[in-house]
Ligand binder design. Structure first.
Ligand SMILES: CC(C)(COP(=O)(O)OP(=O)(O)OC[C@H]1O[C@@H](n2cnc3c(N)ncnc32)[C@H](O)[C@@H]1OP(=O)(O)O)[C@@H](O)C(=O)NCCC(=O)NCCS
Length: 138
């Protein structure tokens, strides 16, 4: 698990096997400046194995998890759980008392097993998706 930037340009410039599903790759191609700004305002952690980024988790300074994404090739190996624990540790270093996020339907089981609770009704996201507001008091 690595903090980004720590700085990890080697891992960032790798060529992932599923490039289109790599959010860093897509965002960097579309607007690198915007991506740099976002990273500078966010606590970003990477799960890296043999130089390949397998997952990324990010949280803003208010304790909102803004990104949690694991490569389809690496799912259900505990990566997201480890990213979540690292984000929670970061929140406690920052004195944040509660973490919030909008979960996908797929990820609800992960968050509920990690102690997150519903924090309001689902809200409409992109396309047909819904965000499920969750909260965990640290
Ligand atoms: C949802 C996602 C983040 C989970 O990451 P992951 O690394 O595969 O998850 P982990 O291996 O850490 O598993 C953690 C928990 O997921 C749940 N889980 C395990 N297998 C699962 C499955 N087949 N289906 C659904 N949930 C499952 C379990 O609750 C598990 O915790 P437990 O073993 O203590 O019960 C990942 O699949 C993903 O990136 N999905 C697409 C993007 C997305 O929806 N991101 C979330 C935005 S909030």
């Amino acid at each position: 698990m690595r903090r980004y930037p720590a700085l990890d340009h080697g891992a960032m410039s790798h060529r992932p096997s599923r490039r289109c599903s790599d959010p860093f790759f897509v965002a960097r191609q579309q607007d690198p400046e915007n991506m740099r700004r976002w990273i500078a305002q966010t606590y970003v952690f990477l799960a890296v194995e043999q130089g390949q980024i397998l997952g990324v988790g990010a949280m803003n300074e208010s304790g909102e998890i803004t990104l949690n994404y694991v490569s389809p090739d690496a799912r259900f190996r505990g990566i997201s759980k480890a990213l979540l624990q690292r984000l929670e540790l970061q929140a406690s270093y920052l004195g944040i008392r509660s973490i919030t996020l909008q979960s996908s339907l797929t990820a609800l089981r992960l968050y509920e097993s990690a102690g997150y609770r519903r924090n309001g009704p689902p809200t409409k996201g992109f396309g047909i998706t819904f965000g499920h507001p969750l909260i965990k008091n640290l």
